[in-house]
Write a protein that binds this ligand. Structure first.
Ligand code: BES
Ligand code: ZN
Ligand code: ZN
Length: 509
């Protein structure tokens, strides 16, 4: 995908295009519901003049995200015009993001290769709007077809973005940053979409090393099973025991600020496949458990974006990765292990494994004197039942952090919902034979009790205060978000929360 920002069309090279690569102009239209004679308002009236002979209102309503391609009309040097509807209501940044996604769908469906967007004429089009639109477009461009042998059609498209306002350099900054962010989300999606056999913990670690290679101020360290044993990460070892593929602990450091600046630590659940182990899952939809590493992919994506943008902040990403399999070496229900923080845990259901690996990463995170810890995990089926696939549930007892999360999600356009977490939930996670049980003794609130289990592994700062911590359960939103979001694949990994985490981090710069 090639992109270019320009102030007017004369700068374009597309005029010289041969006829075999038709160049399409995208123009925006609004609805004017009160005007019965002319229900459409053209943002660029000069384009309207060239289409005078066509009764556009008879087939195009300009509803939000509606697109129609009219081929064969001649306007300037274009061989076609694509109409894009903006509806009649307020058009905010998320609207632009959705618009970018909707346009990309239409561009793919029509197999277009040269597309020019004309933004002149819009009442207001801020740098952030251009950023959101570009983000939607680039996120919408994501395809996962690397495992298909049949013709991998190249989706190479050249995009020209035209507006006189682009002489203001804030547009260029917003445009460039949006592409970097979308690239990071798409990297996260790619990892999510890779099947379990292509991406065991060993390969996830290699992928992380590959992705950050050459990025300034970043360092990736990978701990193998031996080192994990030495580090006493009992929960991670316990989960990985049943698999022929050893677990890995991955540390991604980004140093964008002075050493004295406390880092923000992101923690990700990296179950490259979750069969449930001895407490094996039913076979229906078990293949979806290749996505059980989306928390890890999400942390990788967020750190990648931070590094690409060169933010002046210190961030550490920690990924606890294992494959949960049943075998003669696997952990058995009733087994007890000791965590890095000394607590003992009864494993009463081997399918509640995410909390075991995350616990160890949270203990390690707490040792890094962080300013805050955020984790992402496809942790509980109960989360998907409670909130579905649009809202991500998050848990925190820290009100300041809660406010930061809400603000960040407003900017990113991702949907989050604060979930309950209190001391009663912790009560339910007490063990009979050990300090803790990995499943609740009570009924219901499975996502809250899972969060309460994780909380047992978050430490205190030097003054004895609880380290600010938030847990994001992305079980419902990490993949298969349906057709609601134009810039998200309906079936595959969504890359959810990469952009929200990035906004939280940006707010700390
Ligand atoms: N990876 C699953 C959670 C999950 C399930 C995510 C479905 C997305 C869709 C997790 O490891 C798990 O199996 N959790 C159990 C916990 C239970 C045994 C207490 C669950 O949610 O059923
Ligand atoms: Zn599980
Ligand atoms: Zn799991």
């Amino acid at each position: 995908m090639k992109t270019q920002l320009m102030q007017n069309e004369t700068q374009m090279s597309s005029g010289k295009k041969s006829n075999s690569t038709p160049s399409i102009l995208v123009t925006f239209l609004k609805q004017d519901k009160d005007n019965k004679k002319s229900p459409l308002t053209w943002v660029t009236p000069s384009v309207a003049q060239s289409l005078e002979n066509i009764n556009i209102a008879s087939f195009f309503k300009a509803a939000k995200n509606e697109t129609t391609l009219i081929r064969g009309v001649s306007y300037k040097s274009y061989q076609g015009v694509m109409l894009a509807g903006m509806g009649s209501e307020k058009f905010d940044q998320e609207s632009w993001r959705q618009m970018g996604g909707a346009l990309m769908k239409a561009i793919k469906a029509n197999k277009l290769s040269h597309v020019t967007f004309l933004f002149d004429g819009l009442e207001s089009f801020l740098p952030q709007d251009l950023g959101a639109m570009t983000e939607g477009l680039c996120l919408g461009a994501y395809d996962f077809n690397q495992l298909k042998t049949a013709s991998k059609e190249s989706s190479e498209v050249t995009f020209n973005f035209v507006a006189t306002a682009f002489k203001n350099k804030e547009y260029k900054t917003s445009f460039d940053q949006a592409q970097m962010v979308a690239e990071s989300v798409n990297e996260s999606r790619r990892l999510g979409d890779l099947p379990g056999n292509y991406l065991p913990p060993r390969v996830l670690a290699l992928e992380a090393q590959k992705l950050f290679k050459g990025l300034p101020k970043t360092k990736v360290t990978v701990w193998d099973k031996k080192r994990i044993e030495k580090e006493r990460m009992g929960g991670l070892l316990t989960v990985g025991k049943g698999s022929a593929e050893d677990p890995r602990f991955i540390i991604i450091e980004y140093k964008g600020a002075a050493v004295s600046e406390k880092p923000i630590v992101l923690v990700g659940k990296g179950l490259t496949f979750d069969s449930g182990g001895i407490s094996i899952k039913p076979s229906a939809a078990m293949e979806e458990m290749k996505y059980d590493m989306c928390g890890a992919a999400n942390v990788i994506g967020a750190l990648h974006a931070v590094a690409k943008l060169g933010l002046k902040v210190n961030v550490v990403g920690l990924i606890a990765s294992a494959e949960n399999m049943p075998s003669h070496t696997a952990v058995k229900p009733g087994d007890v292990y000791t965590s890095r923080n000394g607590k003992t845990v009864e494993v009463n259901n081997t399918d509640a494994e995410g909390r075991l690996v995350l616990g160890e990463a949270l203990v390690y995170a707490s040792e890094l004197s962080p300013q805050l810890i955020i984790d992402a995990a496809t942790l509980t089926g109960a989360m998907a039942v409670a909130l579905g696939n649009l809202y991500t549930g998050y848990f925190t007892k820290n009100l300041e952090l809660k406010a930061d999360i809400e603000k960040a999600a407003k900017v990113s356009g991702e949907w989050v919902w604060n979930m309950p977490l209190c001391d009663f939930h912790s009560e339910d996670m007490k063990g009979i034979y050990a300090d803790l049980s990995n499943i609740s003794s009570g009924k219901g609130a499975g996502s809250s009790t899972a969060a309460a289990f994780l909380e047992q592994f978050v430490g205190q700062d030097k003054k004895g205060n609880k380290i600010p911590w938030a847990h994001f359960d992305i079980a419902g939103t990490a993949w298969a978000v349906g057709n609601r979001l134009n810039y998200c694949p309906s079936k595959g990994a969504s890359g959810v929360m990469v952009r929200t985490f990035l906004e939280i981090i940006k707010s700390k710069v």
